[in-house]
Ligand binder design. Structure first.
Ligand SMILES: *Cc1c(COP(=O)(O)O)cnc(C)c1O
Length: 376
């Protein structure tokens, strides 16, 4: 039988999102990139933070527009009443171009078939298209060979009243400075080819966070800032704090079990950790299903009652264990998995180091069982 107090103590795994930090970061980045404008990437549910809330905060802080991955995400923003420019660029065979036109979206166009579909949709207004050249990342975007035909097709669609050729754009590989310089050169060359074919672009855009921060010549008319808006550095050799950015998410959960065990007690699957003395084990109800990387098991630590404790044993699907020695810990005490780092708690960037990944992956993978709460 379930004891009533256990119902009350059902774990509230929480990602607290600091919207003021989002606004601070947008203002900081916008000031840095000016006179280029700032578009904020809210793809992947705003890197796990909640798309509508972050989008609203970003626009309040002066973002010119929003970038999402695909049309359904953009429609969700429109349904929430957001009327700022919304740019979507991953348009597959199932994409609903008619809905995109009706919602007045900006579309990133990489292939002629996408233009054919727009013309075929017979919308009641021309849709703004941003023609994408592949400058070396090898994802979407027209190759150098396809580019002239893509431009010609866009100009035909423009003449037919189906599109407005609004922008040319690309995305960098964030590899070496030489690679980025080569991508920049290819971008300029593609724009020149298009202009020779008769195109006029109101806007050019290339940079995301990395080049937006450190390559002024890549900023053009606007920068599509993503990860930096969430207070995480795009660079290995500088933290978000070094860049004047504030982390925006604090992940926490209440202690779900506290128990004394003897020396020699094995902990979690595989019993890879054994207690050395009689001690207290504490259970944290977050696991890899919530986005806690399993690989960080032997390395990570978390913040509890004013100090750090290493994660002991393997991180499981739903939970992990701390060995707190003889320190007093109560059921329900809050474990901070990561946060801004101001008090000594780990940051998402620190977790990225423990998991051999980037901070982007740490925040974007926080799962559905974690409740998002917002500090206005
Ligand atoms: C994700 C993404 C961005 C934002 O990138 P960050 O590195 O997170 O700033 C911008 N543009 C495109 C096309 C993207 O896919």
């Amino acid at each position: 039988m379930t004891h009533p107090s256990e119902l009350v103590l059902a774990p509230t795994r929480e990602a607290l999102v600091d919207l003021d930090a989002i606004r601070h970061n947008v203002r900081t980045l916008a000031a840095l990139a000016a006179p280029a404008e700032t578009m904020v990437a809210v793809k992947a549910n705003a890197y796990g933070h909640g798309m509508v809330e972050v989008a609203t905060a970003a626009l309040e802080a002066g973002a010119m527009g929003l970038a999402v991955l695909d049309i359904p995400a953009a429609l969700e923003l429109r349904a929430a009443g957001i009327d700022a420019p919304i740019f979507a660029w991953l348009l597959d065979d199932e994409a609903d171009f008619a809905a995109a036109i009706a919602a007045d979206l900006d579309l990133g166009i990489s292939a002629e078939w996408q233009l054919d579909r727009i013309v075929g949709a017979q919308g009641d207004r021309p849709v703004r298209v941003h023609l994408k050249i592949d400058t070396g990342l090898s994802r979407n975007g027209a190759t150098e060979e396809q580019w002239p035909d893509l431009v010609r097709a866009a100009l035909r669609a423009e003449a037919a009243g189906a599109v407005t050729v609004h922008a040319a754009w690309s995305h960098l590989a964030d590899a070496s400075p030489e690679d980025d310089a080569e991508a920049l050169r290819r971008f300029h060359a593609a724009v020149d080819v298009a202009v020779d074919l008769g195109a006029t672009f109101a806007k050019l855009h290339l940079a995301a966070s990395s080049a937006g921060i450190c390559e002024p010549e890549a900023r053009f008319d606007f920068v599509r800032f993503g990860i930096a808006v969430y207070g995480i550095s795009p660079f290995d050799n500088a933290s978000g704090a070094d860049l004047g950015l504030r982390p925006t998410m604090t992940l926490s959960a209440p202690v779900a079990s506290v128990k004394r065990v003897p020396a020699g007690q094995g902990v979690s699957y595989g019993l890879t950790y054994r207690t050395t003395d009689e001690t207290t084990l504490v259970l944290v109800p977050l696991g890899y299903a919530d986005g806690i990387p399993r690989i960080a098991g032997g390395r990570a630590s978390v913040w509890l009652n004013g100090r750090r404790y290493p994660v002991r044993g393997r991180i499981a699907m739903d939970q992990f264990v701390l060995d707190v020695g003889d320190d007093p810990v109560e059921l329900g005490d809050r474990v901070i998995v990561f946060g801004p780092g101001d008090q000594g708690e780990p940051t998402a960037e620190e977790w990225a180091g423990w998991a051999d990944t980037i901070g982007d992956e740490i925040i974007a993978r926080i799962g559905h069982r974690v409740t998002r709460r917002y500090v206005p």
